[in-house]
Design a protein around this ligand. Structure first.
Ligand code: IFM
Length: 429
């Protein structure tokens, strides 16, 4: 794996960029439905048309070439491949990713594929979604299909992106699809996501996939009250990490949690050996003791913050990487890191975004520092290649290296894109 050198890349996800939600036989997903709920999305928008990437992907590939990306992390839309979640295959959906993978390889860009970035087929939600065990098996079936079609050419497969968000933002806080506020539902979803991951790893291995991993979102937690810090760490980080490591679930971070059925072998399956861990990092949380179902209080972030209100804290990435190197056996990839700022375009050739340049520079420095101390980080993916649909925030938050003028779909490079291009040219980690 080292032969490839450090993989500088950029990341996206299907629902956030593709648009074309009714095109070529794609079925509806939980996000298509959630976006119709009044008040769910800040600007009342949806993933239609997003960046229209489904039609403009060749142009986006030219931008990737121009950036000099070594790798591109994208996700496959399950509802394009299996419009009903399982059963009937949609060849046009598979063909889209097939063409994309070939074109990436031809451009010398390594495809880094995520199987699930939150767009569950609606038909499965109607049968209980991730609350149902059946969905874990459906995920394995879908994974097997994609792996059989692409594993000969895709060197990296990640099963899930940020299952913490799918489980807790989707079922506990209700900010994300399917928009439930029910702890038992969230715990069931978490368990089935982890089980689905384990079954998908088995399917990927059976199909001959070369490198298999998962992408988790980590929050660096700090505070004066040790118990609060430890509890928040169990909630944000260990809830998904520990089962993958074969340690089972940590003590519940919740007060009086409902119990969830765990079958024999579930924990074993979740801990199938992996080839890498994808690390998504954006910020830290400062916490104190609190009350309620999750007895943690979040303190206001220190400055500077991004447009998301997230503190800029590169030291957290450095410490996190050091910690993961101690606690896990896997090579690491920073699979997402980046920042939203209120970028403005008034017709210039380049959109000025000095804060994003500073953000990326300081976080890459943190990665470099960890590597120089022996942490095995093999790549870094900026989030995101282009501005896109930021879930419950709609199009109000811009994370891209490329600015997207939504009325015309035009892409305009930001200063950070030029900076990243130079950084990649210089090479190294
Ligand atoms: O846009 C999201 C992405 O889909 C998952 N990780 C965090 C990003 C920024 O919020």
């Amino acid at each position: 794996m080292e032969k490839e050198g450090f993989l500088f890349g950029a990341a996206t996800s299907a629902y956030q960029i593709e648009g074309a939600t009714g095109e070529d036989g794609r079925g509806p997903s939980i996000w298509d439905v959630f976006c119709q709920r009044p008040g769910a999305i800040r600007d009342g928008s949806s993933g239609e048309p997003a960046c229209d990437h489904y039609r403009r992907w060749r142009e986006d590939l030219q931008w990737m070439r121009w950036l000099g990306l070594k790798a591109y992390r994208f996700s496959v839309a399950w509802p394009r491949i299996l419009p009903g979640g399982k059963g009937r295959i949609n060849p046009k959906g598979l063909a889209f990713y097939d063409r994309l993978v070939d074109a990436l390889l031809e451009a010398g860009i390594t495809p880094f594929l995520t199987l699930y970035h939150w767009d569950l087929p609606w038909a499965l939600e109607e049968r209980g979604g991730w609350r149902s065990r059946e969905t874990a098996y459906a995920f394995a079936e879908y994974t097997a299909l994609v792996a059989r079609a692409l594993a000969d050419r895709v060197p990296y497969f990640a099963t899930l992106n940020e299952p913490w968000c799918s489980a807790f933002l989707g079922h506990f806080t209700g900010e994300h699809a399917p928009g439930l506020r029910n702890l038992e539902a969230a715990l069931r979803a978490a368990h089935h996501l982890l089980l689905g991951h384990g079954l998908a790893v088995e399917a990927l291995r059976a199909a001959g996939a070369k490198r298999v991993g998962i992408v988790l979102n980590f929050t660096w937690v700090e505070g004066e009250d040790e118990e609060a810090v430890e509890r928040a760490d169990r909630y944000h980080n260990r809830f998904f990490l520990d089962p993958l490591l074969g340690r089972g679930y940590p003590e519940s971070p919740f007060a009086n949690p409902p119990s969830v059925p765990i079958y024999p072998k579930d924990l074993e399956r979740m801990a199938r050996p992996l080839d890498f861990l994808g690390v998504n990092y954006y910020t830290r949380a400062r916490v104190a003791r609190g009350e309620g179902l999750l007895p943690v209080r979040y303190l206001p972030p220190e400055r500077p913050t991004t447009a998301m209100g997230w503190e800029v804290y590169p030291e957290g990435l450095y410490r996190l990487l050091r910690r993961l190197a101690r606690e896990t056996p896997w090579p690491l990839f920073v699979t997402e890191n980046g920042a939203a700022y209120p970028d403005l375009w008034r017709g210039e050739e380049v959109v000025e975004d000095p804060e994003r340049v500073a953000y990326l520079e300081s976080h890459l420095e943190a990665v470099g520092r960890a590597r120089s101390e022996g942490v095995d980080v093999r790549g870094y993916f900026a989030w995101s290649l282009l501005d896109n649909f930021e879930w419950a925030h709609g199009y109000t938050k811009r994370f891209g290296l490329l600015y997207v003028d939504y009325p015309t779909g035009r892409r305009i490079p930001k200063r950070s894109a030029l900076w990243y291009r130079e950084r990649i040219l210089r090479g190294g980690g």
